[in-house]
Ligand binder design. Sequence first.
Ligand code: GLN
Length: 483
Amino acid sequence: MHQLTLAEIARGLADKSFSSEELTGALLARIKQLDPQINSFISVTEDLALGQARAADARRAAGDTGALLGAPIAHKDLFCTNGVRTSCGSKMLDNFKAPYDATVVAKLAEAGMVTLGKTNMDEFAMGSANESSHYGAVKNPWNLEHVPGGSSGGSAAAVAARLLPATTGTDTGGSIRQPAALTNLTGLKPTYGRVSRWGMIAYASSLDQGGPLARTAEDCALLLQGMAGFDAKDSTSIEEPVPDYSASLNASLQGLRIGLPKEYFGAGLDPRIADLVQASVKELEKLGAVVREISLPNMQHAIPAYYVIAPAEASSNLSRFDGVRFGYRCENPKDLTDLYKRSRGEGFGMEVQRRIMVGTYALSAGYYDAYYVKAQQIRRLIKNDFMAAFNDVDLILGPTTPNPAWKLGAKGSDPVAAYLEDVYTITANLAGLPGLSMPAGFVDGLPVGVQLLAPYFQEGRLLNVAHRYQQVTDWHTRAPNGF
Ligand code: GLN
């Protein structure tokens, strides 16, 4: 049963080939057996899952036919889950049981999904390798000596290893698309405001967005349908109707205008990835797409701008973890200052502390104009580049990452080397645009992803193009050895 996609599971549950309780039991056993190899789960919620599975079976027996009813899910461990530890991959929140469900968790539970657990992640979603987790690194099922990408590395590795068909992730600068690319999955970052951030522990609030990770675009469509929509509890949620994403999957690509930004194919990109991207373009041309070169001239400034804005917002968001209200508190504080200092010094890991310091510096009087304001101006220029490009094309295509998954520990001592891996993904967050990564081949046995970007709220177009591509290619069907 673990080989089934979410769509196949939905059909199997609908025609009563198996019950949700049977499926849930089989997947829980598989997680127990195989997860020790990859460390993709922080918590497995066995009792919650079996209870939800029985309830889903009862709802189906009573005539409920919801597409996600009884299907399994696991949430990145920054989605608050009522009564369940929600750690954000940090010692700071190791003892935190959320007192309520995030909107995404609540919506998928109402749709009848069964929560198998909470997935491993980079601490506070800061990272591209899932090595900064308090709970240890996640390993890439395609090669256990390599990283799975981050920060949603647990969500990606669990699906790639066929422990379950789909998971939630969040993407602040690429954390859904990049691990999807590095583990041969389809991952979608929606338009900023499409999916509620309520109950999602904040990293950088103006960039964060939740979304689905699964093997196929068809599955991402099903999951996004359950996640998306206006939420009055999130002041940046947008009141925009949610289309039927599954209904548009098969739309024709005849005449679709695809732009290839010339800046994407310069130095720094592994030439073997460039070749696979070109091969994917050929497939889309065969399906009727027309391709032209475009330019995103300010792309070179994206990494410096992002690595000012994201830490600035993080330094503010993470100030609430003070050792007083919730989370980790140091032993025997001498006085209040000692309590703050040691609780934060002991509770946060190195990368989180580095970002808090960078962010605090960038926001401080005297440096604010030189760094934060400049970064915001660059952000506007990047958005303007996209707006100009989307006057001429319907979709932008390129690599998701410049390199395939690197070896565990390879970039550990050099944070900037890891930051550079985000070059293709962070612009979508700075502009608020939707983006999708889909499997497009292999280099040295490691998966490679192609990224599609679309105008605001055109998630349906991304899923449509990826689905049509997946009908004529089989990269997404390949499974890692041993899983
Ligand atoms: N790698 C990026 C960072 O470390 C993006 C992380 C994310 O999207 N959560 O900030």
